[in-house]
Write a protein that binds this ligand. Structure first.
Ligand code: FE2
Length: 352
């Protein structure tokens, strides 16, 4: 039994879970593994997306917005940005909270409530209707960020006020730096049906002080989030979520113990694993900026999470079923659901 504990559950173990990992569950032992497939036809097919291969309009056009690569049925939008030049406008999203993840490069975020500087591995959360402007560092050799938009409020809520996230040390709020040049400013206000452009006589981002309340903007590095682990193996725990738990966010970075998870059947969530970087590989995933998407209700095994070299990855669980947009499909390939390698033989999602 000690052997089994060390190496993980037997191959036929099949775990069904509701509400991510915190609801009803049932476990079956089957005579065979059930994660494999030899072919798949239809839209609900596991895929790997090379997010660094998504063609981004903002790489060459400073006025362009990030490029949408996927959407969910609950109006969550996922985009990639390769912005090389400062935003020539102030931006405000009236429909969604935004969560930015910096894959490569360093960026200054000037917001309504002060300034943040975000680098590789940083999450930056921006509350709905907060105005901001992003300026890439002139020293950047690469610029790659992912943006999650949710119509709900995204809140940090680890299982306890300390342990997973050290709020005092690692959660950063913007810092006000008074002064700065004023001037006529374009304000782009994004709504469900497009962008409305205001021209204002002053820069709305200039700020003397924040005198009360808490800035609805925070920054936290993925590497600073402690993976939740049980000595006997078990599910990860989320560090952020929306009120209805439409979205839940986890670090899925390398973690002990050495047990491989059981085959899984996630009843309520699509699983989106963003592999950030090694040196260690996550199963067959070793290229930075790879997204592994397992649609809900599709059996998968999942690689060993404990590798000695370590790696950084995060998991976005979405109740709304995900579909890739054309820009995502162009960078997607069919994925097998054991080690999340490329599937040879299966047609990709949405392909004719
Ligand atoms: Fe899973």
């Amino acid at each position: 039994m000690a052997e089994a504990g060390h190496h993980g559950p037997p191959p036929g173990l099949h775990l069904y879970t509701r509400d991510g990992f915190v609801g009803q569950m049932a476990v079956a032992i089957r005579p065979h593994t059930v994660f494999e497939y030899t072919s798949v036809t239809g839209p609900h097919a596991p895929s790997r997306v090379a997010l660094d291969r998504v063609e981004c309009e903002d790489a060459t056009d400073a006025r362009a917005l990030p490029t949408v690569f996927a959407r969910t049925r609950n109006d969550v939008v996922l985009s990639v940005s390769r912005r090389g030049a400062p935003m020539p406008y102030a931006f405000r999203n009236t429909e969604c909270d935004e969560l930015h993840f910096v894959q490569e490069g360093t960026f200054e975020y000037v917001t309504d409530f002060g300034v943040l500087t975000a680098g590789p591995g940083d999450f930056v959360a921006i509350g709905r209707t907060v105005t901001y402007r992003v300026t890439p560092s002139p020293d950047n050799t690469e610029s790659l960020r992912f943006v999650v938009e949710t119509p709900e409020q995204l809140n940090l809520n680890p299982p306890a006020p300390f342990g997973m996230v050290n709020f005092g040390r690692d959660v950063k709020r913007p810092v006000v730096s008074p002064g700065g040049e004023d001037g006529e400013t374009e304000i782009w206000v994004k709504s469900f049906d497009g962008v409305t452009v205001f021209v204002a006589p002053h820069d709305p981002l200039l700020c003397n002080a924040v005198v009360d309340g808490l800035a609805p903007v925070w920054q936290l590095n993925l590497a600073a989030i402690a993976p939740l682990t049980y000595a006997t193996g078990g599910p990860p725990g989320q560090f952020a979520q929306t009120p209805t738990t439409d979205l839940m966010l986890y670090t899925l970075s390398s973690r002990p113990p050495a047990a491989r998870p059981p085959q899984h059947h996630n009843a309520d969530y699509d699983e989106l694993i963003f592999y950030v970087r090694g040196p260690g590989a996550y199963g067959a995933v070793k290229d930075p900026a790879t997204l592994a998407w397992v649609p809900k209700g599709v059996a998968h095994w999942g690689p060993l999470e404990h590798v000695p070299e370590g790696y950084l990855a995060w998991l976005l669980e979405s109740r709304g079923t995900l579909r890739l947009a054309p820009a995502g499909l162009a960078a997607a390939e069919p994925m097998e659901t054991g080690q999340f390698g490329l599937h040879d033989g299966a047609a990709g999602p949405g392909r004719e």
